[in-house]
Design a protein around this ligand. Structure first.
Ligand code: SF4
Length: 334
């Protein structure tokens, strides 16, 4: 690791001796001299905490914004997708475990260069911090997002939402949209499957919902979080805390990393969607070929507003941000 890549981290405190306590995320790791925190993205060097991942990305792709998934945020546009080689969760079913849980080579990408690539060389609406866990890339995400805002580009996060309220309050004003994974409504799931906790995630969701555009994803895993009770608790929480217009994406699980249980049956996803539609206006299915459940419908008159097939998008029934048929205002960022 080259020292030039280390920049002093924000949000840490001195602990005993040369130990430091990182207070960026709710793990609040106490890190001895020469060691890294649980996320591997922050290191104690001589009693100071440094980000080890600043301006180092594990991937760089131009993606449709629908792939995040974000369905109510500049539909049909592209974002430059980048992410750090770090994560503060240990999900047994991680889809990106090779880049989130293992050390891999990274490429240098300064904030300025990220902006140039997104806005100049590719016609992206902005940058998506994604793939692994961007919240532990805090200093880079903050600096790049501020620059993006200055240059008229948008920023999005795809996140597990495990961050403390103070850093979240600093970052959220520079984030234009986010997709938050709420993995389960059981704290035991978060502790046993992810090595984390539920409550801070819900706290972040409520905080983010007041600050920026938010969509929620729930990966439905058979036998772990697919009961009617689990789905209802999630839907009720989203309805009460984020509102009925919050897009909710149920995503199909496939065996990955340490989890071997079989993939989610389609009828389980359809049942989850049915339960959700009783309270929420925009419910989608992901990781499945289902054009019906990837279409945005007007909740008032049923008019087809946005058609999606794979990642191809057609805006069909919108007039500006309103339903072209009945005139209802649709919550969509354009
Ligand atoms: S951000 Fe990383 S080092 Fe800091 S508390 Fe969270 S897991 Fe630990």
């Amino acid at each position: 690791m080259k020292n030039t890549r280390l920049i002093e981290a924000m949000f840490y405190e001195q602990s005993e001796g040369k130990n430091v306590r990182c207070v960026l995320c709710p793990h609040e790791c106490v890190i001895p001299e020469g060691k890294v925190g649980l996320c591997r993205g922050r290191m104690n060097k001589g009693g100071k905490l440094f980000s080890t991942t600043f301006a180092e990305t594990i991937a760089l792709h131009v993606d449709p914004v629908e792939k995040k998934p974000l369905y109510h945020f500049y539909p049909g546009n592209s974002v430059l997708s980048i992410g750090p080689n770090a994560c503060n969760f240990r999900c047994e079913n991680c889809q990106n475990w090779e880049i989130s849980q293992e050390r891999v080579p990274t490429s240098h990408l300064s904030p300025e260069r990220a902006i140039e690539i997104a806005g100049g060389e590719h016609d992206c609406i902005g940058i998506s911090f994604t793939y692994t866990e961007p919240l532990v890339w805090f200093e880079y995400v903050l600096q790049t997002s501020k620059l993006a805002r200055e240059r008229g580009l948008k920023t999005t996060l795809v996140t597990n939402g495990f961050i403390n309220p103070a850093p979240a309050a600093m970052l959220l004003p520079f984030i234009d949209g986010l997709n938050l994974d709420i993995k389960s409504m059981d704290d035991d799931f978060y502790r046993d499957i992810c090595g984390a906790r539920l409550e801070p995630v819900l706290d972040f969701a409520a905080q983010a919902g007041k600050a920026t555009h938010i969509e929620v994803t729930n990966l439905v895993i058979p036998g772990l979080n697919d009961s009617d009770d689990q789905v209802s608790r999630l839907v009720n929480w989203v309805h009460q805390n984020l509102g009925p217009d919050t897009p909710l994406h149920f995503s199909r699980y496939f065996p990955r990393y340490k989890m071997t249980r079989p993939e989610t049956p389609i009828p389980t996803l359809l049942k989850a969607a049915e339960i959700a539609k009783s309270k929420l206006n925009y419910v989608y299915l992901g990781n499945v070929r289902d054009n019906v459940h990837s279409t945005t419908y007007c909740p008032n008159c049923g008019n087809e507003l946005i058609l999606r097939s794979g990642y191809s998008v057609r805006i069909k029934g919108l007039s500006g941000k309103s339903c072209a048929s009945c005139g209802l205002q649709i919550p969509i960022v354009l």
